[in-house]
Design a binder for this molecule. Structure first.
Ligand code: ADP
Length: 274
């Protein structure tokens, strides 16, 4: 490791060269080291995320096995908690698989015209059921533009932004989905009147497992991977994520796409024209 530049790591090797000479080979392995650190942190995070629910399930199973005299109510409580924890592990594994598919070079984007206004209609219904009447949820669709891209990936990215807005907005708040033209092309945005985010956290939100408030994320069923999924999907669509937020007032997450991805309705092929 260089003492002058802690970011720099050199691998140094001395190898025989000819009869009497030696060859000094110095290789810059800083990038390899950085990647190794990222990989190690990721494995540690995943293990930690899985260990907690596994401990709960294991402990409750032991209690159920050892205590035949539990009341029906107690048994039910243990079983429901185990089901909750199992679902949490399921969500984590699903998100991990989604991320690994999005990162895989062997999985190029499967493109087709996507009916975004139609997709938003479906997502609005899902958002309303997710909110269970606790928020005012509505959509403002001001363009009928479609997008060239992967419907399932866009659905997963938009769905993550919506579920965050619902999860981080207290009862009585508002969640608004928008689809509109913008200077660069089109934007899908989700505005909420929720808890908001302090500015210093914003640049790190798309890192895997980065959470502002770990316990709030867990209580509401978060995996800490939602915004990394969003970022990957947007990158694959040449899009970008814009985050505006004010603590105590709410946040707006916008997924914006370049004009080159937009299909104006008149240009849709006959086969997909609604
Ligand atoms: P999580 O599963 O924890 O929600 P995400 O990757 O989706 O993971 O989001 C990362 C963090 O960003 C969350 O833990 C939360 O602190 C913050 N966050 C995301 N969306 C919102 C929002 N709409 N309002 C407030 N905070 C948010």
């Amino acid at each position: 490791k260089s003492t002058r530049n802690p970011e720099l790591t050199l691998s140094i090797q001395l190898v025989p060269f000819g009869a009497k000479q030696k060859l000094l080979i110095a290789r810059d392995i800083s990038r390899v080291e950085q990647l190794e650190t990222v990989r190690r942190d990721f494995v540690a995070n995943v293990s930690h995320e899985l260990r907690t629910p596994l401990t709960v399930v294991g402990g409750f199973l032991e209690t159920l096995l050892d205590h035949a005299d539990l009341s029906a109510e107690q048994r039910r409580h243990y079983l429901e908690t185990m089901l909750d924890q199992t679902r949490r592990m399921q969500r984590l594994v699903d998100d991990l698989l989604t991320l690994s598919r999005l990162e895989s070079a062997a999985n190029p984007l499967q493109e087709a015209p996507v009916d975004v206004p139609g997709l938003i209609k479906r997502l609005l219904a899902e958002a309303q059921s997710l909110s269970r009447g606790r928020h005012q949820v509505r959509a403002e669709v001001t363009t009928d533009a479609w997008l060239m891209g992967s419907e399932s990936e866009l659905e997963s990215a938009f769905g993550n932004l919506i579920s965050n807005a619902v999860r981080y907005t207290p009862t009585g708040g508002e969640v608004v989905l928008r689809w509109e033209t913008a200077a660069e092309g089109v934007c899908f945005s989700v505005r909420d009147s929720g808890i908001g985010i302090e500015p210093q956290h914003i640049p790190r939100l798309t890192e895997r497992f980065y959470r502002v408030d770990r316990s709030r994320s867990r209580e509401t069923g978060g995996t800490g991977l939602g915004l990394s999924i969003v970022k990957h999907v947007l990158t694959r669509h040449q899009g970008r994520l814009e985050i505006q937020s004010e603590v105590g007032k709410g946040s707006t997450f916008s997924a914006c796409f370049p004009a080159s991805r937009v299909i104006a309705r008149k240009n849709l092929p006959a086969a997909v024209t609604p």
